[in-house]
Write a protein that binds this ligand. Structure first.
Ligand SMILES: *[C@@H]1O[C@H](CO)[C@@H](O)[C@H](O)[C@H]1NC(C)=O
Length: 118
């Protein structure tokens, strides 16, 4: 059986922005669906970006971002990854990254970051 380890860690790009993570780390099986949440209180930050850092790699690769309700996902990640959330309105933000069918190659550290919409 293949076990997948995903360590989910969050970082706020803006000083003073507190970002909350839904899980710190967890183990899932291949084929499982995973949804990780990222939330914060900056009501005017309407973009949430997701990054992946694979084991042994220092690069943080951009998976994509959610702008208001619209996901924009990089080609390499389109097949397996989804995003949901609504960053409009003047309330606290809460968005998620979804991995539809876990594979070994998804073992990574995942980061989310928030910023204003340009
Ligand atoms: C974000 O949304 C999810 C799903 O609706 C919910 O389970 C979670 O508690 C929410 N997080 C916060 C901090 O509101």
């Amino acid at each position: 059986m293949n076990w997948i380890f995903i360590f989910f860690w969050l970082a706020g790009l803006s000083l003073g922005l507190e970002v909350h993570q839904s899980h710190s780390d967890f183990i899932k099986k291949a084929g499982d669906e995973v949804q990780i949440f990222c939330s914060h209180e900056r009501t005017d930050y309407r973009v949430i970006l997701w990054y992946q850092q694979s084991p042994g790699d220092t690069a943080m690769k951009l998976i994509g971002y959610l702008h208001y309700q619209n996901p924009s996902i990089e080609d390499a990640y389109k097949k397996a990854f989804g995003m949901s959330g609504d960053l409009g309105g003047n309330t606290a933000k809460n968005a998620s990254l979804i991995i539809q069918t876990l594979e070994q190659s998804h073992t990574a550290v995942y980061y989310c970051a928030a910023r204003e919409a340009q």
